[in-house]
Design a protein around this ligand. Sequence first.
Ligand code: 5AD
Ligand code: SF4
Length: 467
Amino acid sequence: MTRDAVLPIAKEEILRQEQIAREVKNRPDCPRTYHIITYGCQMNAHDSETLGGILERMGMRAEEERDAADLILFNTCCIRDNAERRAMGNIIFTKEIKKTKPELLVGVCGCMAQQEGFSDRLRKRYPHVDFSFGPGEIYQLPERVLMALEGRREEAFKAGEDSTLYEGLPVLRSSPFFAYINIMYGCDNFCSYCIVPYVRGRERSRGMADIIKEAEALVKDGVQEIMLLGQNVNSYGNDTNGPRFHELLRALGETGIPRLRFMTSNPKDLSDDLIAEMARNPAICPHLHLPAQSGSDNMLRAMNRRYTRKTYLDRVRALRAAMPDIGLSTDLIVAFPGETEEDFMDTLSLVEEVRFDSAFTFIYSPRSGTTAAKLPGRIDPDTARDRITRLIAVQEKITAEVFESLIGQEAQVLADGTSKRDETQLTGKTGRGIACNFEGQAGQIGQIVPVTITGFGSNTLKAKQIM
Ligand code: 5AD
Ligand code: SF4
């Protein structure tokens, strides 16, 4: 495939933005505090850490109370209609805050802001919103704030860059022992239901040396777990003809990071090399999130997923042959256009056959601009709700059975906090990615603690420390 040149943002442009950041910081009207509201996936959560890092460099500090902040930034998601509606409701509401606090700045970024025509509509219809930019323009935040302060409204709402790759932006990590690393941006798959390729642009992989450098710095900082992010991590390196994903994982294992995870994997690109590396590399957690979307070949074809039920199940078998204790999780969409009761039953039977630890289940939501949005055979809302309810019930039963089978087994839990209900209980995640509570000391937060599993609740395991 030929591709438009993916231009890394030049070092000079990053330096220019840093210069603007200093300029804005010295203005008397520069906001002193900020509040970021994040919707959507881990990619967005990590983007918000970068936005926070940039704002801190501009001399601002985080304000926990939204209504008390001088700058409110919405990092939006447009994957489904409800994500959009929630964000829009809150964006509109900031008009009320601005009535009593006219100096408040309101910014909108993330995937919604990259949608065709969205930023123009925002600029024209919502005068209380001050600026917007897309996910490929995060590095421009200082300049957008400056434009807003100077009332350069047209420029402050520019959106559209998607072929960018940047290095060297500050990140304000939200945890001292857990960190995200972006290994690639964008997506080339064009699953027929999905808006992501339109808002996050073409696939572009970061250089391996940059990723390793970032990981080494995190290890030095005491980080215990790194989550690698990309819309389709399995195709890392395809665009650059550089090292492939399994080679990157091998190199990352050598940085000394205790735990490595990654998401999201597309079943069609899950290579034997990757499975072998997962089995060999002791840092890689025994968990894989492998979105199936449907168990029906008709639906998979209509979704343009480019694998079949059979090849999906083959991959699951290969994973379990190499790693008998691996935990699998998945994403499933019900009520895709044209989905018959029989197609839906195929999804139920796939879930029964694979026995996922957990599944994220969604009712299909038409996204304008995608090919599925034009398909006939929309499923009525009652049928859609009935199907998702049945699917959730089947998965809940399987989750409970899987959890039950884990009782008596040992696990390693990265303790991440204390339980809200009981201070003597620590919370954390097992290597398999399941939430787990156990009795422990606050001083153990941030450590990987060996436990024996003793029981379970609806979404969590209960365990006892191995002393
Ligand atoms: N409608 C419903 N679910 C969707 N997803 C992506 N696009 C849509 C849509 N239009 C789901 C997929 C994907 C997850 C992140 O969101 O299951 O894996
Ligand atoms: Fe993440 Fe996709 Fe939502 Fe963007 S649209 S925030 S990439 S889930």
